[in-house]
Design a protein around this ligand. Structure first.
Ligand code: HPA
Ligand code: ZN
Length: 382
């Protein structure tokens, strides 16, 4: 066992940030127990693998590679005013991934940490643009992620597939080059390449025309990759429409600006186009856009008939986990057990699992809903 695996096994989730509660903005508790939220089987479709890096691992790898933390403490580092500030920190966290062993460890810990929160299946983003620019090889990164995921899958039973995310900040030409490398890896049957099932796009939205990435999306589509994109986190509804109508995206990550175009809401509700929404991360990363959970459009999205799923985005960098995501969302919007089970089932419906895999997981969620105690107080005896 490698040294980090021995330490990881002993430490498990103990190296996480103190969880925050959003209590200032919510001030309510769900009547369901935390253990019910933790045990509810869940899928996650919007989670950046780099954003699951344990703070203890960030500290350790930054020290190993001689990269001083750009703040006095991790708590200070992981507090944000807006997406731009968050991305600076996200890029620092990415920069501590220097060797295949770092990537393998990240992948392993990510799934082990998710498993204790009822995670059953994840489609996780990885965004290797800066690593490739720095001379790392895509084949090495993908193979290392695959090794870490494989070990964690065998230990936990959780399954994980990967989505290659373009970092918009590096521009459309480099995106084409990187997608071509990915397609070549898949064609040559390189280790781990079949685990990468889709193309996405994250990072800066402001001032960037999503349509400029069409050549990269065309290449991915021709190679049989699924397509999604971060849009509408802080770009207008028109950018969401372009991602779907021009780039061919089958899902939208965030999409919270969609109410800027009521006709688009109707069109995507009719199509049941999935949105991977991250309410708690939006409050913690983009307080300039979403000052409190109570002001989030998540319930409005669901009421409008949009297939709005629930996700953590960058849990370890915002002091969040998947149990809290469900529990805080239920408390803020008055959702009961049936609502939360429906949200979990919607995650499966929005996933890129095949029909058989999706049916098996849906059965697991329904069986849980029938059999698990909600922890809610029993009605008084008469
Ligand atoms: N938005 C944009 N880029 C990102 C995010 C996000 O939520 N997380 C990591 N990179
Ligand atoms: Zn994201």
């Amino acid at each position: 066992m490698s040294s980090w695996r021995a330490m990881t096994a002993a430490r498990n989730v103990a190296g996480m940030l103190e969880p925050r509660t959003n209590e200032d903005s919510v001030g309510e508790r769900s009547s369901l127990s935390s253990s019910w939220f933790a045990a509810l089987p869940k899928v996650e479709l919007h989670c950046h693998i780099e954003g699951t890096m344990r703070p203890s691992t960030v500290a350790e790898l930054s020290s190993t590679h001689g990269l001083p933390l750009p703040a006095a403490s991790l708590d200070e580092l992981f507090t944000y005013d807006d997406l731009t500030g968050f991305l600076t920190v996200f890029w620092f966290v990415q920069s501590v991934l220097r060797t295949p062993e770092d990537w393998e460890r990240l992948a392993y810990e990510s799934i082990v940490d998710g498993a204790v929160h009822g995670l059953r299946y994840r489609e996780a983003f990885f965004t290797p643009a800066r690593h490739l620019q720095d001379g790392q090889r895509l084949a090495d990164i993908v193979a290392a992620l695959d090794r870490g995921l494989d070990t964690a899958e065998r230990e936990t039973g959780v399954r994980c597939r990967l989505i290659f995310d373009i970092d918009r900040a590096f521009g459309p030409d480099l995106a084409v080059d990187h997608v071509r490398q990915l397609v070549d890896l898949r064609r040559s049957g390189a280790p781990g390449a079949e685990r990468v099932i889709g193309l996405g796009m994250d990072s800066t939205e402001r001032g960037i025309d999503p349509e400029s990435f069409l050549p990269a999306y065309r290449l991915a589509h021709a190679a049989g990759l699924r397509r999604t994109a971060h849009q509408g986190e802080n770009s207008p509804a028109a950018a969401i429409a372009a991602a779907v109508d021009v780039l061919g995206c089958e899902r939208i990550d965030h999409g919270i600006s969609i109410f800027g175009d009521p006709e688009l809401v109707r069109r995507f509700a009719d199509r049941r186009l999935p949105f991977t929404v991250c309410p708690n991360a939006n409050v913690r990363i983009n307080p300039d856009v979403v000052p409190g959970l109570g002001e989030h459009v998540y319930p409005a999205m669901r009421e409008a008939g949009l297939l709005a799923t629930l996700n953590t985005d960058d849990p370890a960098l915002v002091g969040l986990d998947l149990t809290q995501e469900y529990e805080l969302t239920a408390a803020a919007f008055g959702y009961d057990a049936n609502d939360m089970v429906e949200i979990s089932l919607d995650g499966i419906a929005a996933s890129w699992l095949d029909d058989t895999e999706a049916a098996v997981l849906s059965q697991e969620v329904r069986a849980f809903a029938r059999n698990a105690s909600t922890g809610a107080p029993a009605p008084p005896e008469r």
